[in-house]
Design a binder for this molecule. Structure first.
Ligand code: XMP
Length: 518
C-alpha cells in the first residue's frame, strides 16, 4: 500500500481518499509508529501528511532521516514537507509570515519537471502554515516558490523524495490531484490497479479463505454498508450466509418493511427477521448518557444475533453445522474514528466497532473495513444492488436511539418517527435527496418550550433538523435548504405531530459539531 502517515490534522483521510481516487490503494498509519514499523508494512510509497505542530514545537512529531534512506519514495505535505526538510539538513524557519486558507497563494514554478510535470507555471494553491522552508536540503531542487515560502516545493528525483508546502489533497489547490498523481505514477512508479472490479474480486477471495465451509450470519440494518457487506459475502459463499434483520424498534417509519422487500429482491439472500423491540426498550430504560446508549445498543445487537443463532442453528442442525462468523459493514472511517487500534482519538464508539462486547461469540468478517463510503457504493453497484439501496442516505446503526436526546421511550419514538417521516417526505418531494448527504431529525425530549396553538398555550418539545452536505461524513457542512422547504417541514411537523410546537435548524458544520447529536 501507499502509507499516509498521519501527523494529526484532518488531512490524512482526505489524502488517502485522493490516492484511491487515482486508483492506488492507500492506508493511514499514525505518526507514533517507528520508522522500522512503517517500513515493516512494506509500503510502495509514503506520504507524510500535514499537521498542526511546528517542527520546532516541544513534542512535535519527530521524523528521523532513516525514513528517507530506505529507498521508498516519499512525498511530504505541509508539516510532512517541513519535517522532511529538517531531517535532511534543510533550513526551516519561523518567519512570522503566515499563509492560511485559500489565500490565492500562488505557486510560481521554478522547474516544470518532477512532480509538477505538465502543470502551468503559476497556479493557485491552498496553504496553511506558519513556518516555512528557507533552504532545501542538499541534493534537492527547488520546484516552486510562493510569497510566504521561498521553498514551496522540492524534489530529489534520484532518491525519489518530494515535498510540497501546499495541500494538494484539498480541492482549492487547483492542480492538487495532478501533483499527487505525478508523485504516484512518475515518482513512485505505481500502477493504477485499485478498481472496483478488483476490490470485489479480492474481497470475495478473502472471504472464501476466511470462512471456508463455515456458516455466517449478517446483520442487515437497512443501510448501505450492511447491505453491501451482505451482498459481497453472499457472492463469496452463497447459502452459507443467512442474513438477520434485527428490528430493534429504533427504526424509522416503514423501514423494516423496506429492508425486507428491497434487499431480498436484489440478492436472493436468506433472511431471518428477529423482532427484538422489547429487548432494546428494556435495556435502554432510564438511560440518558449518549455513550452508554451506544454501548447498550451495540451489546444488545450482538446478543440479539446470538439469540437468532439458535433459531438459525435449528435449521442448520440437520447438517450438523454451527454459525461461526458474523459479517459487519464496518467502514474505514469507523475504524479510524474508533481508534482503530492505532492510537487515533476515540471520538464516538460506533456501535459496530467500539461497542462490541468482550465475550463476542462470533469471528468477525468485515469486508468493507478498508473502504470509504463512496467506494462501498461503487462496490454495491458492481454487485447489482439497486440505487434505492446503494444511494441511500446513511442511517446510524443505533437508529433513533441516538436521535432522542434524553431517555428513549416508546412514546417519544412514535413522535420522532412521525416528524422524521414528514421531513424525509418533503426533502424527497423537493428533489433534494442526492444533494443532502443525510438529514437527521432529532427530538430534544428533555427540553420544552412554550407555544401557542389554536388559542391555547402549549408546552411542547422542539424538533431539530440537521441537514448536512458531506463527502464522507468525516467533515460536513450544514445544507442551505430552501426556506420554502424548511417552512413546509416546520408547518407540517408542528401541525401534525402532537407534542411538538417548535422546529429548529442546526447550522453547525462538522467539526465542531458531529452529524448526529449523540
Ligand atoms: P457523526 O455523528 O460521528 O456521524 O458525525 C458520522 C456518520 O456516521 C453515522 N453514525 C453511525 N453509523 N453506527 C453507524 O453505523 C453508529 O454507531 C453511528 N454513529 C454515527 C452518522 O449517521 C453519520 O453518517
Amino acid at each position: 500500500p501507499v502509507l499516509v502517515v498521519d501527523y494529526g490534522a484532518q488531512y490524512a483521510q482526505l489524502i488517502a481518499r485522493r490516492v484511491r481516487e487515482a486508483n492506488v490503494y492507500s492506508e493511514i498509519v499514525p505518526h507514533t509508529l517507528t520508522t522500522e514499523q512503517i517500513l515493516a508494512k512494506d509500503p510502495a510509497a509514503i506520504i507524510l501528511s500535514g499537521g498542526p505542530a511546528s517542527v520546532y514545537a516541544e513534542g512535535a512529531p519527530f521524523v528521523g532521516p532513516e525514513l528517507f534512506e530506505a529507498g521508498v519514495p516519499v512525498l511530504g505535505i505541509c508539516y510532512g514537507f517541513q519535517a522532511m526538510a529538517k531531517a535532511l539538513g534543510g533550513k526551516v524557519a519561523q518567519t512570522g509570515l503566515r499563509e492560511y486558507g485559500a489565500t490565492d497563494a500562488t505557486a510560481v514554478l521554478e522547474k516544470s519537471g518532477s512532480i509538477l510535470k505538465g502543470l502551468p507555471g503559476v497556479q493557485n494553491v491552498w496553504m496553511s502554515h506558519g513556518d516555512s522552508v528557507q533552504e532545501a536540503p542538499e541534493g534537492f531542487e527547488v520546484l516552486a516558490t510562493t510569497g510566504g515560502a521561498p521553498v514551496a516545493a522540492f524534489a530529489n528525483d534520484a532518491k525519489r523524495l518530494y515535498g510540497v508546502q501546499w495541500h494538494p489533497e484539498v480541492k482549492h489547490s487547483v492542480y492538487g490531484q495532478r501533483v499527487l498523481e505525478n508523485f504516484l505514477f512518475d515518482g513512485a512508479g505505481l500502477e493504477p490497479d485499485w478498481t472496483t472490479g478488483n476490490i470485489v474480486e479480492e474481497q470475495v477471495e478473502r472471504i472464501r479463505e476466511q470462512v471456508g465451509t463455515g456458516r455466517a450470519i449478517c446483520g442487515l440494518s437497512g443501510g448501505v454498508d450492511s447491505a453491501v457487506a451482505a451482498a459481497l459475502v453472499q457472492r463469496a459463499i452463497g447459502d452459507q450466509l443467512t442474513c438477520v434483520f434485527v428490528n430493534h424498534g429504533l427504526l424509522r417509519e416503514g423501514e423494516a418493511e423496506q429492508v425486507e422487500r428491497d434487499f431480498v429482491a436484489a440478492t436472493g439472500a436468506k433472511l431471518h427477521i428477529a423482532d427484538e423491540r422489547e429487548r432494546f426498550m428494556n435495556a435502554l430504560a432510564g438511560v440518558t448518557d449518549p455513550e452508554t446508549k451506544r454501548k447498550i445498543i451495540g451489546r444488545e445487537f450482538i446478543r440479539a444475533f446470538e439469540a437468532s443463532e439458535a433459531a438459525i442453528m435449528a435449521d442448520a442442525a440437520a447438517e450438523g453445522d454451527k454459525v461461526k462468523f458474523l459479517v459487519q459493514g464496518t467502514l474505514y472511517p469507523d475504524v479510524v474514528e474508533s481508534g482503530g487500534g492505532e492510537g487515533a482519538a476515540n471520538i464516538k464508539s460506533h456501535h459496530n466497532v467500539g461497542g462490541l462486547p468482550e465475550d463476542l461469540q462470533f469471528e468477525l468478517v468485515e469486508p468493507l473495513r478498508a473502504l470509504f463510503k463512496d467506494e462501498v457504493r461503487s462496490v454495491g453497484a458492481q454487485l447489482g444492488l439497486p440505487a434505492e439501496i446503494v444511494q441511500r442516505q446513511p442511517f446510524p446503526g443505533p437508529g433513533l436511539g441516538i436521535r432522542i436526546i434524553g431517555e428513549v421511550t416508546e412514546e417519544r419514538l412514535e413522535l420522532l418517527r412521525k416528524a422524521d417521516a414528514i421531513a424525509r417526505a418533503e426533502l424527497t418531494a423537493a428533489g433534494l435527496d442526492r444533494e443532502v448527504w443525510q438529514m437527521p431529525v432529532v427530538l430534544l425530549a428533555d427540553v420544552r418550550s412554550v407555544g401557542v396553538q389554536g388559542d391555547g398555550r402549549t408546552y411542547g418539545h422542539p424538533i431539530v433538523l440537521r441537514p448536512v452536505s458531506s463527502e464522507d461524513a468525516m467533515t460536513a457542512d450544514w445544507s442551505r435548504l430552501p426556506y420554502e422547504l424548511l417552512a413546509r417541514i416546520s408547518n407540517r411537523i408542528t401541525n401534525e405531530v402532537d407534542g411538538v410546537n417548535r422546529v429548529v435548524l442546526d447550522v453547525t458544520s462538522k467539526p465542531p459539531g458531529t452529524i448526529e447529536w449523540e
